[in-house]
Design a protein around this ligand. Structure first.
Ligand code: SDX
Length: 427
């Protein structure tokens, strides 16, 4: 197959080889190839979507070369420093920071919708006690579509907003229950006197038979983790939600699809994989061997928590999380050898030609597990926490997609299978 350039190929088949170029407000422009097939019977080939803008979006902007992450134009560092998760969720969904009245109304609405229907709690009983929390969350969130399917009118903006609020409101109890079920502890209910992060921590770690006092330092650190994981433009799980939503599917089912995609170790499942990797490395002395393995093409071992499809510089979130991890460990008076191994591993890797050449840096998952483990989260709950936070981004993209109408997403393919052939005649 000879390499041809678009204008050369197009001029072969038509005298108009122009393709419009669309400019965004930030970031790269995009060649609009929507008519490439209809006008020129040509497809664009881009497996993995490395050069493909799947949609227009105004929610989040990532500049991977410069390590920039903006939620509705606000830098992630400023939001992590000065905002809180509920305000960020409102910002992502509505496009502007709320005033005090709007924020209170939003918080009250979430409080009205943070309880799970008692029948939903029976779904948990269908899982083995050792079921992975992400398996439970996929199932339970998908099951919510059976509870709200008939009362939801996707064509109505208020009904769509209520569905989004229900998902953000109920996710803390769904996530906490996927853990308490596994240890056989009855699930505590939300306490509407608490903020979102504190409420989740009391449902996660509190016993139903005694008072639970949330540590404000840990609640704030957890709120920052939620802010940092809330959205990240068209990542794999968000694109999964958008693709499912494009068929008009029930939003609870769409978010369940996003949870399934996030679970993968190349995506949100990496935070769990990082802890397992650091555990396997075990000591600072073993780091060089791990780095050698990560560079070996014949070894499937990779440095989990390193590298990113978009960031070819530091992931701005990993810096903030490293600081939060240090604060939490100091506050708890804990000394986690994993943190020392992680910091040392980063120091060694980012000076290594292999990682420099490939622009591999620590990503959001590299330090988050260390902090969550120090707070008492079991390793298999790390990605469930990621899903809890990312629900804000997923529902924001779901809402945004409903406003545009490019119809169902239906990628094409480059067919490399057998040409037409016929079934052998019966002998
Ligand atoms: C998240 O998309 C998002 O925005 C995701 C996310 C979000 O907020 O939603 O940011 C969250 O998913 C973060 C990423 C978490 N995943 C991991 O930490 C898993 C480890 N990382 C790799 O699997 C990998 O870096 C990816 C999947 C994250 C990105 O892979 P790419 O962009 O497809 O890079 P690639 O596979 O094409 O690799 C390029 C080169 C290859 O070497 P060569 O073939 O060129 O010789 O870099 C190497 C890879 O082998 N490489 C690594 C590596 N990651 C890439 N080598 C060792 N260790 C690694 N971690």
């Amino acid at each position: 197959m000879t390499l041809k350039y678009i204008n050369a190929v197009i001029s072969d088949v038509s005298n108009d080889n122009s393709l419009p170029v669309l400019d965004g407000n930030l970031g790269p422009s995009a060649v609009d190839i929507q008519t490439l097939y209809s006008r020129h019977s040509l497809l664009a080939f881009d497996p993995g979507f490395r050069s493909t803008a799947s949609c227009k979006s105004a929610i989040t902007f990532v500049d991977g070369d410069n390590g920039v992450l903006l939620y509705r134009g606000y830098p992630i560092e400023e939001l992590a420093d000065s905002s809180n998760f509920i305000e960020v969720a409102y910002l992502l969904m509505r496009g502007e920071l709320p005033d005090a009245k709007s924020l209170k109304e939003f918080q009250d609405l979430l409080h009205q919708h943070n309880l799970l229907h008692e029948q939903i709690m029976t779904f948990y009983r269908g899982f083995r006690r050792d079921a992975h929390p992400m398996a439970i969350m996929v199932g339970v969130v998908g099951a919510l579509s059976a509870f709200y399917h008939d009362v939801m009118d996707i064509s109505d903006a208020d009904s769509r907003y209520l569905a989004a609020v229900r998902l953000i409101g109920k996710m803390p109890m769904i996530a906490a229950a996927s853990y308490t079920y596994s240890i056989g502890r009855p699930q505590r209910y939300p306490n509407n006197k608490l903020d979102y992060a504190s409420n989740f921590l009391q449902m996660m770690f509190g016993s139903p038979v005694m008072e639970y006092t949330v540590d404000p330092v840990l609640a704030r650190a957890f709120d920052v983790i939620l802010i940092l994981h809330a959205d990240h433009e068209q990542n794999a799980s968000t694109s999964t939600v958008r693709l499912a939503a494009s068929s008009g599917a029930n939003p609870f089912a769409c978010i369940a699809a996003g949870i399934a995609s996030l679970w993968g170790p190349a995506h949100g499942g990496a935070n769990e994989a990082v802890l397992k990797m650091l555990n396997d490395i075990g000591t600072v002395e073993n780091i060089p061997k791990a780095v050698t393995r990560a560079k070996d093409k014949n070894d499937s071992f990779r440095l989990m928590g390193f590298g990113h499809r978009i960031y070819k510089n530091f992931d701005p979130r990993s810096r903030v999380i490293q600081e939060q991890a240090k604060k939490v460990l100091a506050h708890l008076g804990k000394d986690d050898p994993m943190l020392e191994i992680a910091i040392r591993l980063e120091e060694i890797a980012i000076k290594d030609e292999y990682f420099i050449e490939r622009k591999l840096y620590p990503n959001v998952d590299f330090y988050s597990g260390i902090m969550l483990r120090a707070m008492g989260f079991p390793v298999n709950m790390f990605t469930a926490v990621f899903a809890l936070a990312r629900t804000a981004g997923w529902v924001s993209h779901w809402l945004e997609l409903q406003e545009e109408s490019h119809g169902i997403d239906r990628p094409r393919q480059l067919y490399v299978g057998k040409p037409l052939r016929h079934y052998p005649a019966k002998k």
